[in-house]
Design a protein around this ligand. Structure first.
Ligand code: ADP
Length: 508
């Protein structure tokens, strides 16, 4: 029994995602073992140090950097698909399999920084795909691909069929793992992730580029591959610009919605607070009356009402604060403020075993802003980071928050709070600054909305960059000197009435 228990904990420690899911574990091990077996079987004696192998490996690896975000923004398509299919059609099966496997191994582990289990799964998945495709292509097209053969139907047919097999085997293998992990039906998973129009069109486009890569190589050797590569860089940049624009549009819509919701929340909170004042006063009167009458049960009930009213009042005040912010602008040392905020949170329980690393550029020096409000933002970001890391499933190996402060362009200063927590999905990242959005059982969802508003009032912005499983970075950027308030040390003002300059729309 004890041995079993130890095995379990070792498994949990090494592969926490798979420990409670035996079918997934077996599936992953089968794919990894198949990959390893096939690689051993198709070992290309002596060819691993050839120029051809190394150059193709380099190109396939470089293609891994050319990932495109899908139109839906929910996933990425790597242009390595084009190169992998090209390699499969151009090289002998043994060499092709090793080129594809080698590039996937290096890319998954060192570019995408996935854990070893995912890396080995990717290796197995791509080895199986590459070998099946290679065998299909060479059985349909026994002669080596040449420029002359490109006019023939056989070559076109062989490349098309190989592309289809590539798409099916590759996506089926991943869909199997996802279905077992999420305990969903295989075809539902496949259809939602790969079987929809945009995904099929993107994959088709990537496969359709392969014959051009093959022709480029056959006509001018590796120089042709370089020429083929360059336009892809342009495509990648265009894609990045497009996705950036799309995100800005999403953020703008989200910010507008947030502003409207915030104004409404403030007025509702104000009204509620007035009623709560009356309720709280009456509850205290009942308590006093019950004490006079010696009715302990009534006194206890009145106390419960008073406490609940108090809690509701705190929430209502938070709501009100969110869109009604008083500014006290003064000159102060930003680095000192950050260090004070760290000193303040460190003794709190939720920061146990959380390492907070300040990286503060002394060049920033003094800034002119509201120190109280900026400290509120810092405290909130650190609290959220600590909570995310403490509640992460699987648990975080290290719990670290890095607070980086440095100068930014156009007289701005940046403070970045990066944590080593679970990060968040894009759908969550888009909403975190909306009032009342929370994923926590006891959260009220006004923390980040208030931070966002504070940065807006400073003529700056706050946004988040995060990938699921790879932590989150909240970035605040604001002017070192607030315009319109020059020399106004200690000045107060209604933030929402003044013009602080800079951008007023932040990024979610
Ligand atoms: P609350 O803390 O009450 O949930 P916030 O506005 O402070 O409200 O946060 C909103 C949501 O943003 C959180 O519920 C959480 O899902 C997400 N979030 C905030 N910070 C992080 C972080 N560092 N890592 C992951 N998720 C975060």
């Amino acid at each position: 029994m004890e041995t079993g228990g130890q095995k379990q904990s070792l498994l949990e420690r090494l592969m926490p995602r798979y420990a409670g899911n035996r079918p997934l574990l077996v599936y992953v091990l089968c794919v990894v073992a198949s990959g390893a077996g096939l690689l051993a079987w198709r070992f290309p004696e002596g060819a691993l140090l050839s120029w051809s192998f190394l150059l193709w490996l380099g190109f396939c690896l470089a293609a891994e950097f050319l990932w495109l975000e899908t139109v839906s923004g929910e996933g990425t398509e790597s242009m390595a698909t084009t190169f992998n299919l090209g390699v499969i059609c151009l090289l002998e099966p043994d060499l092709a399999v090793w080129v594809v496997a080698g590039s996937v191994l290096l890319a998954t582990r060192f570019i995408q920084k996935r854990d070893w289990v995912r890396t080995l799964f990717g290796l197995g998945q791509m080895t199986v795909t590459a070998l099946i495709c290679s065998l299909v292509f060479h059985s349909l097209h026994p002669a080596a691909a040449s420029l002359a053969s490109f006019g023939s139907v056989i070559t076109a047919l062989a490349i098309t069929v190989t592309g289809l097999v590539y798409f099916v085997v590759n996506t089926f293998l991943v869909a199997g793992a996802v279905a077992l992990e999420k305990r969903q039906a295989f075809f539902t998973v496949w259809r939602t992730n790969w079987g929809y129009r945009n995904a099929v069109v993107t994959s088709l486009a990537l496969f359709a580029l392969s014959p051009i890569l093959i022709i480029s190589f056959l006509s001018t050797n590796f120089f042709g591959v370089v020429l083929f590569f360059l336009p892809l860089l342009i495509v990648k940049n265009q894609n990045r610009e497009y996705i950036h624009l799309q995100r800005m549009t999403d953020q703008l819509v989200s910010t507008e919605r947030m502003a409207a919701q915030g104004e409404m929340a403030a007025s509702v909170a104000h009204e509620i607070n007035n009623y709560l004042g009356v309720l709280g006063g009456r509850a205290q009167l009942i308590q006093m009356k019950a004490q006079r009458l010696g009715d302990d049960s009534m006194r206890a009930d009145a106390e419960i009402i008073r406490q609940q009213v108090q809690r509701m009042s705190t929430l209502a005040k938070g709501l009100y604060q969110f869109s009604h912010t008083e500014m006290r602008v003064q000159r102060f040392d930003l680095a000192k403020l950050i260090l004070e905020a760290i000193d303040f949170v460190t003794p709190q329980n939720i920061f146990d075993r959380v390492e907070i690393v300040p990286e503060l550029d002394p060049e920033v020096g003094e800034v002119q802003a509201d120190p109280g409000q900026l400290q509120q933002v810092l405290l909130n970001l650190m609290k959220n980071a600590a909570e995310a890391m403490n509640e992460a499933d699987p648990p975080c190996a290290t719990k670290r928050i890095t607070l980086r402060m440095h100068k930014a362009a156009h007289g701005m200063v940046r403070v970045e709070a990066t944590d080593s927590g679970p990060g968040m999905a894009r759908a969550v990242a888009q909403k975190v600054f909306e009032p009342h959005f929370t994923t926590k059982k006891t959260g009220h969802g006004f923390g980040l909305a208030t931070c966002f508003r504070i940065l807006q009032l400073h003529g700056g912005r706050l946004w988040v960059e995060s990938e699921p499983g790879q932590g989150a970075t909240f970035i605040m950027e604001f002017p070192r000197r607030m315009r319109g308030l020059a020399g106004a040390d200690g000045a107060t003002g209604r933030g929402d009435e003044r013009d602080a300059g800079g951008e007023s729309r932040g990024a979610a």
